[in-house]
Ligand binder design. Structure first.
Ligand SMILES: C=C(O[C@@H]1C=C(C(=O)O)C=C[C@H]1O)C(=O)O
Length: 262
């Protein structure tokens, strides 16, 4: 089986296609829904996010930042951030890749590197999303909860920054109109042109169904078959997409387009 993360939008073609990017976004829904289900088994564990909790001996700042920075550094050495699909949360302190890059073609305009909204994603995830799907409380299971946060944050960030590829495909499909709006610095006009409400509606319905399907309790009892018990509320997953993931993806699209002619 091909895992979502191993399928790249620029594996096969040098020009990006909207259908290809949409397929990648659909596969990423699986990763996101599964990662949310994994994180939902632990309570919020708010001490992990407290900058002054002093949980890591000899280190300042929160446990989650310590965990993310160390993991990103290791992944950078393994070459993760050589890909234009990846955006680090702490790009300022990353070591160079130690693995020779095998990617040569780039489908995005070079300004794509300047679009990184992970600071906003970090704030939204910790302060808005987590309290909606993780229970109140603290079970002290910090290492596993932090590892789950990392998976959620990376998958959500990847999804949102795919907005750059969506924007590139849309720009190529209608470069005349996009060029006019970009030259006029018309943010609202760009937002309107790139929005496809029918697609957004399908995304919300599909992620709700995926949360129902993947998060169902599975039992062998024919009478009490567990239906109706979900590991994460499917409506909450649809809401995360509606209120944050889709709007932030569109923000990335606009930010990329505004720089597309530089
Ligand atoms: C990603 C796209 O652009 C916009 C954002 C969407 C999303 O984040 O799911 C869906 C439709 C569009 O409004 C797209 O057209 O596929």
């Amino acid at each position: 089986m091909v895992k979502a993360e191993s399928v790249s939008v620029n594996d096969s073609a040098s020009a990006v296609s909207l259908d290809g990017v949409r397929d990648a976004l659909i596969r990423l829904e699986d990763t996101i829904v599964f990662s949310l289900i994994e994180r939902a088994q632990y309570p919020i564990n708010s001490a992990m996010y407290d900058e002054s909790a002093g949980l890591v001996a000899g280190q300042r700042g929160s446990l989650i930042k310590f965990f993310m920075k160390r993991t990103e550094a290791l992944q950078a050495e393994a070459g993760r951030y050589e890909s234009e699909e990846e955006n680090a949360f702490f790009p300022d302190c990353l070591p160079c890749s130690l693995v020779p890059s095998r990617r040569s073609t780039s489908v995005l305009h070079p300004v794509a590197k300047m679009v990184n909204i992970n600071k906003d994603i970090w704030d939204v995830y910790i302060n808005r999303l987590l309290p909606l799907f993780a229970a109140q409380g603290d079970d002290g299971n910090y290492a596993l909860a932090a590892a789950s946060d990392l998976t959620c944050l990376q998958a959500i960030s990847r999804r949102i920054h795919y907005g750059k590829f969506v924007a590139e495909a849309k720009f190529l499909d209608d470069s005349q109109e996009y060029t006019r709006l970009i030259r006029a610095r018309d943010r609202n006009g760009l937002m309107k042109l790139l929005t496809v409400e029918a697609v957004e509606k399908m995304v919300k319905l599909r992620v709700e169904k995926k949360a129902e399907t993947f998060g169902q309790e599975v039992t062998l009892d024919p009478i009490n078959n567990g239906s109706g018990n979900y590991k994460i509320d499917p409506l909450v997953v649809a809401r995360l997409y509606e209120e944050w993931l889709i709007p932030l993806t569109k923000e990335v699209e606009v930010e990329y387009l505004l720089r597309r002619l530089d």
